[in-house]
Design a protein around this ligand. Sequence first.
Ligand code: B16
Ligand code: MG
Length: 216
Amino acid sequence: MNTIKACIFDLDGVIVDTAVYHYKAWKRLANSLGFDFTAHENEQLKGVSRVRSLQLILGWGGVVKTQAEQDVLATQKNEWYVDMISHMQPNEILPGAKKFLDQCRSAGLKIALGSASKNSMMILEKVGLVNYFDAIIDGNKVSKAKPDPEVFLKGAEAVGIPPGECVVFEDAIAGIEAAIAGGMKTVGIGSPEVLGDADLVLSGLSEMTMKKLAQL
Ligand code: B16
Ligand code: MG
């Protein structure tokens, strides 16, 4: 038996699929600037902060903007994005996520969120999951982006569990790297080719069980 006492969850790609809304809003912004980017390029934005995402997108379009202009563009994208997520419903929770959160709670494990998003509270409220979390650490509370371990270390600290007794669930490579750098166990949500550094890789939380948690 291991000593896992806390589960720290990434949000986009693990609990909900907000990537589709990010993509629509960024695409609208790029189109308004006269260019487009592909779904493949969009994959590189997962787990990446808003500011860094904009820099990458402007680079793909070969567009140069001042810092002040970038601030305006990021705010515009966020307005479009927030407009979409304000309509999110509990049925947008990814398969198995709620069931596994219930199992964590029944087992007495601490539950934390570790997300790059500054909109995490709104999303959790809309899908009705906010009360599951003992701590919510998101883009409003960190200064260093994944793969820096700050977001997960703050999550562990907030629930009072040492990093070595925490497991992080993540869909982005940078997030797995961040959790490893923080000394935590890792479960990758996605493809083994991409997330091979994780201790365990699953296609979704519907595949996660307390038995697998004990074997980490
Ligand atoms: P916001 P996660 C990340 O969420 C998204 O994957 C990423 O695409 C987004 O740019 C980032 O949050 C910031 O989001 O603009 O809402 O602050 O995977 O870390 O939960
Ligand atoms: Mg993610």
